[in-house]
Design a binder for this molecule. Structure first.
Ligand SMILES: Cc1ncc(COP(=O)(O)O)c(C=O)c1O
Length: 405
């Protein structure tokens, strides 16, 4: 009765966490959820006003490609944020709204993974550790998932070099895997590691995608949560390379930028041929964005004040984490995102101890990674801690985490 590809999927990390922690009785204090990257900063107050003012639009079916106002707010934002040359992006050809990036990151595999490529099973490249949706999408699309190391030894960034033909004496990969690759996911800033890909690394990935004719899906949903310099984006690198958007799609979300994960609003932008094909597919089964939400999203993409304020709040929490944890658990200030990726020895045991002793939920790193060919799960020694609560709550929790671990 079920699609047998489903058998290849483990339960989602939060279900695995529930199974791990349910048998344990926490102390009788309010539980603190630091396992989910669900921003708790207040959404800007104008959001409710815009939604109310547009309530009549709930009666209307929204178009798959959104509204002209939404698309041009997105293009203006991309131009400002990534210093794109005027005219590089066309609001009607290069942008599609998505109902949060999760569904779009999943659906893109449906769009671009063929049954076979270059005479073999199609492959999807995924950094390891990674946002689990990439793997679900790859496997349900019938692809082989090929993992790129993104641990401590590679600066927590994905390393393509073992796949390059020059490295074909590396026996971990078949030398034609890049030719079989239909799709590669990148995440910068990365969940869970917080690492940021530089322009040169992105350029290498774009060149590789074009040389081997695969799609590069660059998940930039943490691009506005950064410590020092704004992360470079893949479209910015395309501009630097001459402006061609071929093979490249970026995914952006309001969930983290504007602290509205419940709004379910983001966009995908890039290669016009892919955008047109995605719109065609989405007309059948895509999650459309309701018109009042699109109107609110239009206003949010045009406002930076609330984003600056939120970024400062995250920075203050990272400062506190450095003060409280610095020098322990391999603490690094994450250049991007709001996650701490802490090296604690055994991530599952650490998660159990924090729940048992302090009712704090964190995610074992193993649930965000897959074992490599040598059987080692690169996330197993880590926990991921989301700094999404207010300053006081976060500081108290970090002290408890330090003391317990
Ligand atoms: C790396 C990454 N990509 C995408 C998403 C999806 O976010 P949304 O669907 O809210 O846009 C998340 C959410 O946690 C994420 O961590």
């Amino acid at each position: 009765m079920l699609n047998d590809r489903l058998d290849q999927l483990t339960d989602y990390p939060f279900d695995r966490l529930r199974a791990l922690l349910d048998p344990i009785t926490p102390p009788p204090v309010s539980p603190l959820v630091m396992s989910i990257g669900e921003p708790q900063h207040a959404a800007p107050s104008f959001l409710r006003e815009v939604l109310d003012a547009n309530a009549a639009l709930w009666n209307r079916y929204p178009p798959t490609n959104g509204t002209p106002a939404f698309r041009s707010a997105v293009v203006d934002w991309l131009n400002r944020r990534f210093h794109l040359p005027a005219g590089m992006l066309d609001a009607d050809r290069h942008v599609l709204p998505v109902a949060g990036t999760r569904e779009a990151l999943y659906a893109i595999a449906d769009l671009v993974v063929p049954r076979r490529k270059s005479g073999g099973k199609a492959a999807v490249l995924i950094p390891n550790p990674f946002y689990q949706v990439y793997l679900g999408a790859a496997l349900m699309a019938g692809a082989e998932a090929v993992f790129l190391q993104a641990g401590e030894s590679t600066g927590f960034l994905p390393d393509f070099s073992p796949l390059e033909p020059a490295a074909s004496n590396d026996t971990m990969f078949d030398p034609y895997v890049l030719d079989r690759t239909a799709l590669a996911y990148l995440c910068s800033p990365a969940n869970p590691q917080g690492a940021i890909m530089g322009a040169d690394a992105l350029e290498r990935a774009i060149r590789l995608a074009r040389r081997h004719d695969f799609v590069l899906a660059v998940d930039e949903c943490y691009s506005e949560i950064y410590d020092r310099d704004p992360p470079v984006g893949a479209l910015e690198v395309c501009a630097r390379m001459g402006g061609d958007l071929g093979n490249v799609l970026v995914f952006h979300s309001l969930s983290k930028r504007s602290s509205v994960p419940g709004l379910r609003s983001g966009f995908v932008a890039g290669d016009p041929a892919l955008i047109a094909a995605f719109a065609r597919l989405r007309a059948y089964g895509g999650a459309v964005t309701p018109l009042p939400v699109l109107t609110a999203a239009t206003v949010l993409w045009r406002d930076e004040d609330h984003v600056d304020r939120s970024r400062s709040l995250y920075r203050a929490k990272i400062d506190a984490a450095e003060r409280i944890l610095g020098g322990r658990f391999g603490f690094r200030r994450p250049p991007g995102s709001f996650f701490l990726w802490l090296k604690v020895g055994d991530g599952e045991e650490a998660a159990k101890a924090l729940w048992r002793e302090a009712a704090i939920r964190v995610l074992p790193g193993a649930y965000l990674a897959r074992p490599t060919a040598n059987g080692v799960n690169p996330g197993a020694g880590y926990i991921r801690v989301a700094l999404v609560h207010d300053q006081e709550t976060t500081e108290a929790a970090l002290r408890r985490i330090r003391d317990i671990l």
